[in-house]
Structures are given as C-alpha cells and as structure tokens.
Write a protein that binds this ligand. Structure first.
Ligand code: PYC
Length: 403
C-alpha cells in the first residue's frame, strides 16, 4: 500500500530536504502555477510546494470552472485578460488536454441599475481591449434560445453583458498540468505536509516548520485561498479578509443543450454545461463567515427556483451532488498580492469567488516578482499596502454574482 501511495501519476515523491530556495504553501492551481513559472522563466528549481492535504484538494479541485475577464475596474479587467490569454495556450504549453471551451458568457441585467452597470463594464472592457458589449433581448434570444426572455419571470431580462471569450476549463486538469510540468523541471510537491510555523529573524523570513521537520529558505509564498488568514497569522501579517462559504452543485449529465455561461447578479446564480453534460450551478457566498463545510437544502431550493424561472427546461434535471468551498472576501472585493512587511514573505490571497480564473497570471506575475525583485505592473494595484495608502480597487460591481 505504502509503495502504491508513493507512486503518483503526475509527480514524484521526495524526502523533505532541510533547505530550498523557495517554499510555496498550497499545492492548488496558484501554488503550482507559481512553481512552474519560477522554474520555467527564472530557472529557480529548488522549490518545495507543501500542502497539508493532497494536490488540488481545496478550491482548485472544487469550483465552477468559469474563465472570464469582463471586470469593472481597468486594473481588474487588464489582469484577468492576461489570465485568459495564458489559458488560451495552456493545453499546448503544458501538453495536457484542459478541455477549454470559450463559448461566451452572458451576465444578465434585470433592472435599469444593472443595465447601467453592464454599460459601464462594457465601456471599461473596451478601453482595455477586453471583448464585451451590452446586448438586448432579441440578440440574447439568438445567443441563448433556452433563456426565457418573456415578461413571465419575476425579474424579466432587460439586457446582458456579452463576453464572447468567456469559457470553462477542466479545473483538475489545470492543477495536474502545472504539477506535472513543474515536477519535470525538478520542483518537489510534498503532499500531507502541514506548515506549523513560519520563522522570521530581524524582519526576514528564514524558514518554515512543518509536521515533517524544519526547512530553511529565504522566500515563502502563501497560496492557500480560504486558509490565508491562518497562515498569515503565523508570520504576523494581518489580512483584512472575511471567510465565507460558497455553495455549488451539478446535475446528472444530459445531452449538450446550453453553450453559454449564464450569470444573474439579481438572482444570485450562474450556470454552465460541462463537456460531460452536467449543468454546473452556483450561487453567491453565504452572508455568514466561518469554516463550516455543510451544504444546505435552502441553497438548493433557492437556486432551483431561480434557475427554472430563467431556464424552464431545467425543471427536469436531477441534482447529482452539491458541495461548499471557502472564499476570502477583501474590503474592496479585489485580491491581495505581492510583498509584505516581512521580507521574503509573499502573499496571494483575498480571491473571493474568482481565484481559479486567475491561476495562470498569478503564477506568472508572482514568479516574475521573485525572479526579478520587481513588482510587475499588473499586480501593483493589488498590493497589501493599498489598504493603508487609501488606494482601493473597488471591484464590487463585477467580482462575483452577488455584487
Ligand atoms: O466570478 O465568474 C465568477 C464566478 C463564477 C462562479 C463564482 N464566481
């Protein structure tokens, strides 16, 4: 059994060494992408990626796989556009079929206020080169004949933000692809390795303590999504985040029916159909914060009620399974990335419900930050210091379904 466990299809097991150049905490898509780009672009190969669980166990392995860049702020739209571009060539770059399909993304507007927000997003998107525009019911009907555009729903559809490059990708494949290629370049992935302390001397990181021993290193990156506040507490870096649960579910697989991703902020829902035929559906974050992982019947009831109003044919679909994940929400609904007051300790946190779609560009830019010593322009707006420099990036209007 032990022998079997030591053989992984996409990466090798190693004894934990007493020192590395870089330690990355979290073997999800962000951590593995960072390791991959550090090795590939900067030749840094003495890297340990540590995870207290298995590779991809957290939000990377359980999300609704949506990729898009139609954000509200120029900073957000530019950043996610760079991520979409990396996703477009990821299957080739990692030699791994990611099942990426860019069928288009429609964010529905059911009130004059949200039509205005869609117009503002379309304008910002156009200015920074993101393909999106406002469309009205006749065109919405052509784009997605399954939607009920009549005045029967409680909240009829008035318009939508149409984002043609929006798509879905096989989330576990992103994790496996980055892990496999990072491993090939010498990166060590250590599963079931729990970081219990981060050591600092004279304001500089000197290493980490784990359940398997102490590691010496100059650079530690925290890529642990919903666990960020706990890891950052180990090093005394406070994060202005609250942790909430997000619920989602999938139906049984049916024939291909829906090729657009549909999002409604007013109804707090989003849906896409996977290549396997399942409808993948989710809602907004729960209003209470905490680390419960209990799925609720209320979520399924509310979601089904709203989904069926928009897409009546879903009334026949059976729910196969539901799950919950953790989301860290920052005061301005934008992530927090880059240097901290502790030299050598780098954060990648505050991803709300939109972290998975940022994985490639997070890895790319954090690797550049470490490799060159300079904060890349794309992530400068998301620095931790913005909270006391009064320089927020308010993404409330487009960060997730409910905002
Ligand atoms: O921000 O696109 C998004 C999203 C999809 C599911 C949750 N958030």
């Amino acid at each position: 059994m032990i022998g079997l466990l030591k053989k992984h299809r996409y990466f090798r097991d190693h004894d934990l060494k007493s020192s590395y150049d870089v330690v990355i905490i979290g073997a999800g898509a962000h951590g593995l992408a960072t390791a991959y780009y550090l090795a590939k672009r900067h030749g840094i190969k003495k890297i340990a990626v540590l995870d207290r669980s298995y590779m991809g166990a957290g939000a990377s392995g359980r999300n609704t796989t949506i990729i898009r860049s139609n954000y509200l702020t120029p900073e957000g739209a530019r950043f996610y556009e760079a991520s979409v571009k990396l996703y477009e060539s990821l299957s080739q770059d990692l030699n791994f079929n990611m099942l990426f399909s860019q069928h288009g993304h429609l964010t529905l507007a059911h009130s004059d206020r949200s039509v205005n927000t869609m117009m503002e997003r379309a304008e910002v998107n156009r200015l920074v080169g993101v393909d999106s525009r406002v469309v009205y019911p006749d065109e919405i009907k052509d784009l997605c004949p399954q939607l009920d555009i009549s005045d029967h729903p409680t909240f009829p559809i008035l318009a939508a933000l149409y984002h043609p490059p929006g798509g879905v990708i096989r989330h576990d494949a992103v994790v496996w692809g980055y892990g496999k290629e990072a491993d090939k370049m010498g990166v060590e992935i250590h599963q079931y390795t729990d970081v219990t302390g981060i050591n600092v001397e004279n304001g500089k990181v000197t290493g980490v303590d784990t359940n398997r021993g102490t590691i010496h290193c100059d650079t530690v990156i925290s890529c642990v999504a919903g666990w960020s506040t706990l890891v950052c507490d180990l090093v005394g870096v406070p994060l202005p985040l609250t942790t909430h649960i997000l619920q989602a579910c999938v139906t049984e697989p049916v024939k291909p029916l829906l090729d657009k991703i549909i999002v409604s902020g007013t109804l707090h829902i989003y849906i896409s159909q996977s290549d396997r035929g399942e409808f993948v559906m989710g809602s907004e974050i729960e209003p209470y914060s905490g680390y419960s992982n209990t799925s609720t019947f209320r979520f399924i009831e509310d979601l089904a009620m709203h989904m069926i109003e928009l897409l009546p044919m879903l009334g026949h679909a059976k729910i196969l399974r539901q799950w919950t994940g953790y989301c860290d929400v920052s005061p301005d609904y934008s992530p927090i990335m880059g240097l901290t007051e502790v030299e050598g300790f780098i954060i990648d946190a505050g991803w709300g419900t939109y972290g998975f779609k940022a994985s490639p560009i997070v890895g790319f830019t954090i690797a550049d930050l470490i490799g060159t010593g300079k904060t890349p322009e794309l992530i400068q707006p998301f620095r931790w210091a913005r909270f006391y420099e009064n320089d927020l990036v308010s993404e409330r209007g487009a960060a997730a379904v409910s905002h």
